[in-house]
Design a protein around this ligand. Structure first.
Ligand SMILES: [Zn+2]
Length: 396
């Protein structure tokens, strides 16, 4: 049987009201948990980084299970596009701080839980101070700087880091805990991928139900570590394919040369994770990319109003064009542009537009290289059109 990560001396002062005994009765009657295990759950504290897709089921189920103290870190506000999967937040919460709606939802589920709110993003500047008081760190974020930061601080503080990630129909999870014999995130990925190589859920989409599966698995692993039961995912990576409905498992090994968890680590304190993940360079490159002749959505409206002659080309995908479009726009997806350039006349003035202005800037460069000269990029794309010209155009 596994050992609980909760020191037995912490259980002496844990007591339950009759309401709590009733609330947790389905735990108490299992010989693997009993009153002793429920005391461990109540004595335990968990830090959940992020209150989004993964953080929602993690926080709700851990609160329902009776975790004594739950720390939540998030600096974001609730957006309509979150509601398809982030079940901590409801329609009435759009525009509110995620932490506030998360706190309200958790109180509704179980008012016995102490909820600590950190209205910020998890960075090298605050990670140690935030993480220090907690027994388990759960990473529910989706960006590389936070992932490396949460891994490193967990290694330094010798706390298990329950990892989960999701994209489209695929998810994975494991528990990183070098102090308990397993590898850390850096044993698998010593270096981050180049920025932009791995698309985010905001770019590639995600099945709304998927974080429910992965987040619940993360919550299960945290509870097992706390109660001290079963076989932990330490040293195993579980991969879930929702389309095939298949779970696969991969063995993970510690890297004896790991920069943070090996015997002779080269990194012994938190670093600048934005820099490490190449974010500043990527932003500079992006700024360079957007240095193309630009007009605003309002100026585009003005060109229509004055009856100017020009061709508006929408370089998004057909399924995006189906959601919303600017009247009169011709659809030529960016990927098809090189082979369909002959459909355009370089004598025409051409205005290019996409969702937010990035893809159309790339399209403009392609056309420039092919000898087109009268080109404009619509800054902010159709999102800006919706914001400043026609609010009946939906944003996605
Ligand atoms: Zn390592």
């Amino acid at each position: 049987m596994a050992q609980s990560i909760i020191d037995p001396s912490r259980l002496d002062r844990i007591e339950f009201s009759n309401d709590e005994i009733a609330r947790y009765s389905r735990h108490l009657i299992m010989p693997e948990v009993t009153l002793e295990g429920q005391k461990r759950i109540k004595a335990a504290s968990i830090l959940c980084i992020g209150t989004g897709g993964l953080g929602s089921p993690i926080a709700l189920y851990l609160a329902a299970a009776g975790i004594g103290r739950l720390g939540l870190v998030d600096g974001d506000t609730v957006d309509f596009s979150n509601l398809q999967r982030q079940i901590l937040h409801g329609t009435k919460d759009v525009g509110r701080k995620k932490l506030n709606s998360a706190r309200d939802s958790i109180r509704e589920v179980n008012p016995n839980v102490q909820v600590d709110l950190y209205d910020t993003f998890f960075t090298a500047a605050n990670a140690r101070q935030i993480a220090e008081p907690y027994d388990v760190i759960i990473d529910g974020t989706d960006n590389f700087p936070t992932r490396y930061c949460s891994n490193d601080i967990s290694v330094f503080l010798k706390k298990p880091n329950v990892y989960g990630s999701i994209f489209r129909f695929d998810g994975q999870c494991t528990v990183f805990a070098p102090h308990l014999g397993g590898p850390c995130y850096r044993c698998m990925f010593p270096e981050p991928p180049p920025p932009g190589m791995v698309p985010s859920c905001a770019e590639g989409g995600v099945l709304g139900v998927l974080p429910g599966v992965i987040g619940v698995l993360q919550a299960i692993e945290a509870i097992k570590l706390i109660v001290g039961i079963g076989e932990s995912l330490i040293g195993r990576l579980l991969h879930f394919d929702a389309l095939k409905l298949k779970f696969r498992e991969f063995k993970l090994r510690r890297d004896p040369k790991c920069p943070v968890c090996s015997e002779h680590p080269t990194i012994t304190e938190l670093i600048d994770y934005e820099q490490f993940c190449g974010i500043p360079e990527a932003q500079a490159a992006e700024a360079q990319e957007s240095l193309v002749p630009t007009i605003t959505a309002l100026q585009l409206k003005g060109k229509f109003d004055q009856g100017e002659r020009f061709v508006l080309v929408d370089v998004r995908e057909p399924y995006e064009y189906d959601i919303c479009r600017i009247p009169g726009a011709r659809l030529i997806p960016l990927g098809e542009l090189p082979s369909r350039m002959s459909e355009l006349d370089s004598a025409d003035e051409i205005v290019l537009q996409c969702k937010s202005g990035m893809r159309s800037a790339r399209a403009l460069k392609l056309l420039q290289e092919a000898g087109f000269a009268k080109l404009w990029n619509v800054e902010g794309g159709i999102l800006a059109w919706s914001d400043t010209v026609d609010s009946t155009v939906p944003k996605y």
